[in-house]
Design a protein around this ligand. Structure first.
Ligand code: ACM
Length: 269
């Protein structure tokens, strides 16, 4: 039996106040936590006015290179606390054709890291970010298999399904949700894939363009059986924590049904 303590962190960042936002996020991390998921673009805020502004706050997170300040600080915290941290960060990729991705970085307590680049961009993100080019992947962390997706990826069931088929037991889901449906939809994503999902959202408003955004909170941890193990409200910061047992991600649904062995992909076209 393998139980872990997981947490979904819900913050209210002030746009551009990276130091203050990081301080608040770190203050929300529970003690003795195995895996903590932080929101999308968790330390910068979400509503960049243009690509230049985004670029000025984006940082290197690629595992082969020296990371930027947000990733460095979170690495210090992961190493000191023993918590694997997954956080949404604007990722700068330098080169002949520079790119900026809406990414998440998974940081282990030994300082190693893996990244995911958001594949399904939402609304104005299409004007600001480059679309993710790495595909989905599942990595080992804190003794389990973790897959990452970001916010709007939720509306494409293929995202969670792909991660589950790759072996994910927990899907870490940094988010900045504005549409109302995701928290309920993630119950189905958990159930139909028999995985734990940890959705970390933010609260508050941003009015930096002529399209104000209101973030819906409701950060949560959902079990493979579709139970909401922990959920925050839509106007509070904090940590939604849960003790999870990885055995529950077994794909056997009944004595005669295995979720993956029973698939009939030849009819799914
Ligand atoms: C979103 O993908 N941030 C809604």
């Amino acid at each position: 039996m393998q139980t872990l303590k997981v947490a979904s962190i819900q913050n209210q960042p002030k746009f551009g106040n990276i130091g203050g936002n990081l301080h608040d996020l770190i203050g929300l991390l529970p003690a003795e936590c195995d895996l903590a998921v932080l929101p999308e673009l968790c330390a910068t805020g979400y509503q960049y006015r243009d690509r230049d502004e985004l670029r000025s706050m984006a940082e290197v997170i690629d595992p082969g290179q020296e990371p930027g300040p947000i990733t460095s600080r979170l690495t210090e915290i992961a190493m000191a606390s023993g918590t694997t941290i997954i956080a949404g960060v604007a990722e700068l990729v330098r080169g002949r054709s520079e790119k900026v991705f809406n990414s998440s970085v998974l940081i282990r307590p030994d300082g190693t890291r893996d990244i995911y680049r958001k594949i399904h961009l939402f609304l104005d993100e299409k004007k600001l970010f480059d679309a993710g080019d790495l595909g989905f992947s599942v990595v080992e962390a804190c003794g389990i298999k973790v897959g990452m997706m970001i916010c709007f990826d939720w509306i494409f069931p293929e995202a969670a399904r792909t991660l589950a088929l790759m072996g994910a037991q927990v899907i870490a889901h940094p988010s900045n949700l504005v549409l109302p449906w995701c928290p309920e939809a993630m119950i189905t994503r958990s159930l139909e894939n028999r995985v734990f999902t940890v959705t970390a959202n933010r609260i508050g408003r941003e009015m930096r363009t002529d399209s104000p955004l209101e973030f819906i909170g409701l950060s949560q941890v959902v079990s493979p059986g579709g139970c909401i193990l922990s959920r925050l409200g839509n106007n509070e910061t904090g940590a939604a924590t849960a003790s999870i047992n990885i055995v529950e991600t077994d794909k056997k649904i009944t004595a005669a049904n295995d979720l993956f062995a029973d698939r009939r992909p030849e009819f799914y076209r």
